[in-house]
Design a protein around this ligand. Structure first.
Ligand code: ZN
Length: 371
């Protein structure tokens, strides 16, 4: 029996897979579906930093190498603030409402349905369907798939489709996310004794430097990329001294800097400069750069995505996805049903028409790239 995209989406939404909890149950449900449909399945597991077991699935249909990989995640943001049960998927009018319906169990279901519907005997190149853990928090799932999956490595897919919601308009670039944490340590004491060392006073000169840096990042064109709107890194800083009371010296002050790297930009320079300035003052520094994503708008995968959707041109978006990880292994486009404006909202929904159209779009893409 052919798979029904709405029924499968509802099944997946009904299984809680908030990032903080194990995604084992939803992975089990998907793995059973893949196996029943004749896909070859690889299951990869790891324990997240909180010790919670996480599962990634890589499923293959067809033999040989190359072809297309449909790349999705199976975790969701927390279902807090909902005025209904987030895990009771409901169709109302032209929408399916439920946590993850749009981001991205609906899109994932559409990739599986399209891959399932193709006659395996017609495939000249294979199809991979990937369901990864922890996209909403650390992207560790996608990293594990890219680094450790045997099926992914053996198949060496040529093209990748990250199925995040784009209202089925191809996306060829987005910003990344980079963070630097700086910690100043002082000595806490009651101010009546005048024996403390305030971490706030220790870090203050460094903060003045960060304020200057923020101005420079806005005004110096060498830190911009005109491909984006806004063309800047969006440099931000937050401070935490543990809500220290005015009659106590702060023992520890943490400054968190965050920016949004763009392709071919100077984020690495900025992180190096902040690190150097902080270390010179004896502060502890940790940093992480989440890569931006960029495929040439003239690439084969973007052109194929335009052809199968009928969209006029591919877009650039401000939010991040796992494309930043997968782009090092294959030629990626982001293309999925539903509106990103619906992701991470209370009462998240996806338009039914988008969900059904996604199956058609992915089917046409498979026919173009694998047959
Ligand atoms: Zn997502």
């Amino acid at each position: 029996m052919p798979l029904d995209v709405l029924a499968l989406t509802k099944d997946l939404v009904a299984i809680d897979s908030v990032s903080a909890r194990s995604n084992g149950p939803v992975a089990d449900r998907l793995e059973a579906e893949f196996r029943e449909r004749g896909f070859e399945v690889e299951r990869l597991e790891y324990d997240d930093p909180a010790g919670v077991r996480k599962v990634n699935l890589v499923a293959r249909k067809g033999q040989g190498t190359g072809g297309v990989a449909f790349l999705s995640h199976i975790d969701t943001v927390p279902g807090t603030g909902w005025d209904r049960d987030p895990w009771s998927p409901t169709v109302e009018g032209d929408r399916l409402i439920g946590l993850g319906a749009c981001d991205m169990k609906g899109p994932l279901a559409a990739t599986l349905v399209a891959a399932d519907a193709i006659d395996a005997g017609r495939l000249k190149a294979p199809i991979l369907v990937v369901a990864a853990a922890d996209e909403e928090v650390t992207m560790q799932g996608a990293r594990q798939v890219a680094a450790e999956s045997k099926l992914f490595r053996e198949t060496a897919p040529r093209y990748g489709v990250v199925a995040e919601p784009t209202t089925l308009i191809p996306v060829y670039a987005h910003k990344g996310g980079a963070s630097v944490q700086v910690i100043a340590e002082g000595v806490a004491a009651h101010t009546s004794l005048d024996r403390g060392i305030s971490a706030n006073f220790l870090i203050a000169p460094f903060l003045a430097e960060m304020a200057e840096l923020a101005e420079r990042l806005k005004s110096d064109p060498s830190y911009r990329n005109p491909m984006f709107d806004p063309p800047t890194l969006g440099f931000n800083m937050t401070l935490n001294d543990g809500d220290c009371k005015p009659n106590v010296t702060a023992a520890r002050t943490v400054a968190n800097m965050f920016m949004r790297p763009m392709p071919n930009d100077r984020t690495a320079d900025v992180v190096a400069e902040i690190t150097e300035r902080a270390e010179r003052r004896g502060f502890k520094v940790t940093s992480r750069i989440g890569a931006p994503f960029h495929t040439s708008p003239d690439s084969e995968i973007v052109n194929a995505a335009l052809a199968v959707t009928g969209a006029e041109r591919a877009q650039v978006v401000p939010y991040g996805t796992e494309a930043g990880i997968y782009q090092h292994h294959l030629e990626v486009v982001i293309l999925g049903p539903g509106d990103i404006g619906q992701a991470h909202t209370n009462g998240e929904w996806i338009e039914l028409a988008q969900l059904h159209e996604a199956v058609n779009v992915y089917t046409r893409l498979i026919e173009r790239l694998c047959i």
